[in-house]
Design a protein around this ligand. Structure first.
Ligand code: PMP
Length: 447
């Protein structure tokens, strides 16, 4: 069965959700191990002497379409609309390096030492003021667990909640890194439908019911409510309590992944799901998009029982998050006006989003998209007859890179979409990139 790790969403096919393969589910709807002996295992290198030794979970791992693009997209002659890298050149690096040098002189023995598996108490205290901006107020530093980026947080939560064959309900298209985690734990993903207001509550409920009716264990809803990667949409404020009500009714945990929440272009924030229901939501946020992805620092707020398991899982997989990174972040937060910095970034990303929107209107009027209100991405619908995955090599030849929509599904869907990131290139480069992309698409349409 290999990659057959998406299961039927169980509802009418919608704008972005969709029914998919049933391959990883046994005849009575019970999960069976994802590896099947009648299918060849994927080969990563030729003549690998360990080919027969890998665990079945390693069979399910595959390189993300984004990572595969990384080397070509970073060539200076290519306009990359592919990666989700924040633009860091506006960071106050000179002053920051002086403060980090001082921190090393004063507290180097702590920075280079092992630390707590739950994370540095100083940083756990600092993140409380960030969460307040999205209405999360009754949380203490002790409720917070630090992780090596949200990616690691997704790994930890899946590790403690899911056995092979269990189901996670998720929006489709889906964050590619989360799909990678779910795949590596042999978890099945059931897609619930979304529209321009985010996850559709009725589809969420239908999906829970149909998965349960088929005898599968639904472990959690994975949602990116704000400025979704890759769909660009935000869950409407009206839908949020409704989603939580359904989650409570069926006792399904909600994992709220929120790295972009402070990047609303007009400074608007939305109440976190966590702020409306502290007992059924695991909240993840990250410093990656607002400050420094290279530090690999994110945080999790979870109900007490889950939090204890997360700390144990952190201990088992990394012992403790790196003190050096955590102390670098606290040095930044304590000495700079980080709110002003984020507001500066918001303005910059807004300008870049506008530049992309205008260039799309100018060069690709036959495509469709929703203009996002924040975040990094536009999810572009391309005309029938074009295939974003097949077209990619020709786009690279024309020196523009994007991520084909297929990377955001487990089942080969997504050929009519592509993700365009406006976070990193300047408005001029974005304009040029869309012009090149239109050249490729125009030529494809003529053939
Ligand atoms: N979740 C989402 C929705 C993301 O877009 C990303 C980064 N692209 C992550 C999680 C992972 O972020 P981090 O750098 O904190 O691991």
């Amino acid at each position: 069965t290999g990659e057959g790790t998406t299961v039927n969403g169980g509802s009418k096919s919608g704008r972005t959700g969709g029914a998919t393969s049933e391959k990883a589910v046994g005849p009575h709807g019970t999960a069976k191990p994802v590896r099947s002996t009648d299918q060849p295992k994927p080969r990563i290198i030729k003549n690998d002497p360990w080919y027969d030794s890998y665990a079945s979970r390693a069979d399910a791992m595959k390189s993300s379409e984004i990572r595969a693009l990384f080397s070509v997209a970073s060539r200076p002659d290519v306009v990359s609309l592919a990666g989700g890298m924040p633009y860091l050149e506006r960071m106050p690096f000179d002053r920051l390096s002086e403060l980090i040098a001082k921190m090393m002189r004063d507290e180097g023995d702590k920075a280079w030492q092992y630390g707590s598996a739950q994370g540095d108490p100083h940083l756990r205290e600092d993140v409380l003021q960030i969460m307040e901006l999205e209405g999360i107020k009754d949380v203490q530093a002790d409720d917070v667990v630090i992780s090596n980026g949200s990616q690691n947080a997704l790994d930890l939560i899946t590790r403690i909640m899911c056995d092979p064959g269990d189901v996670v309900i998720a929006e489709a298209p889906n964050y590619v890194g989360a799909l990678g985690v779910f795949r590596s734990f042999q978890v099945q993903v059931a897609n619930a439908e979304t529209d321009e207001d985010g996850l559709i509550p009725e589809s969420f409920e239908e999906t829970i019911k149909s998965q349960r009716a088929a005898g599968r264990k639904v472990k959690f809803l994975y949602t990116v409510p704000n400025f979704h990667n890759p769909a660009g949409v935000t869950m409407s404020v009206e839908r949020r309590p409704r989603i939580l009500e359904i989650a409570r009714k069926y006792h399904v945990l909600v994992v709220e992944d929120n790295p972009y929440g402070l990047l609303g272009f007009d400074g608007q924030t939305y109440p976190a799901l966590k702020s409306m229901d502290s007992q059924n939501v695991v909240y993840l946020s990250s410093f990656s998009k607002i400050i420094a992805p290279g530090m690999r620092i994110a945080w999790i707020v979870a109900p007490a029982g889950i939090r204890q398991k997360l700390i144990l899982a952190n201990e088992a997989s990394i012992l403790c998050p790196p003190n050096m990174s955590q102390m670098t972040i606290t040095t930044y937060l304590d000495n700079f006006d980080w709110k002003a910095q984020i507001s500066d970034y918001r303005g910059m990303y807004k300008e870049r989003c506008n530049a992309m929107d205008a260039a799309l209107k100018e060069y690709l009027p036959y495509c469709s998209w929703n203009k996002p209100k924040g975040g990094f991405y536009i999810w572009l619908r391309i005309p029938d007859g074009l295939n974003s995955k097949e077209m990619l090599p020709r786009a690279i030849t024309a020196k523009v890179a994007y991520v084909a929509g297929t990377g955001f599904y487990l089942n080969g869907e997504g050929t009519h979409h592509m993700r365009l990131s406006f976070c990193y290139p300047t408005p001029e480069r974005i304009h040029e990139g869309i012009r090149r992309l239109a050249g490729v698409m125009d030529a494809e349409r003529e053939t």
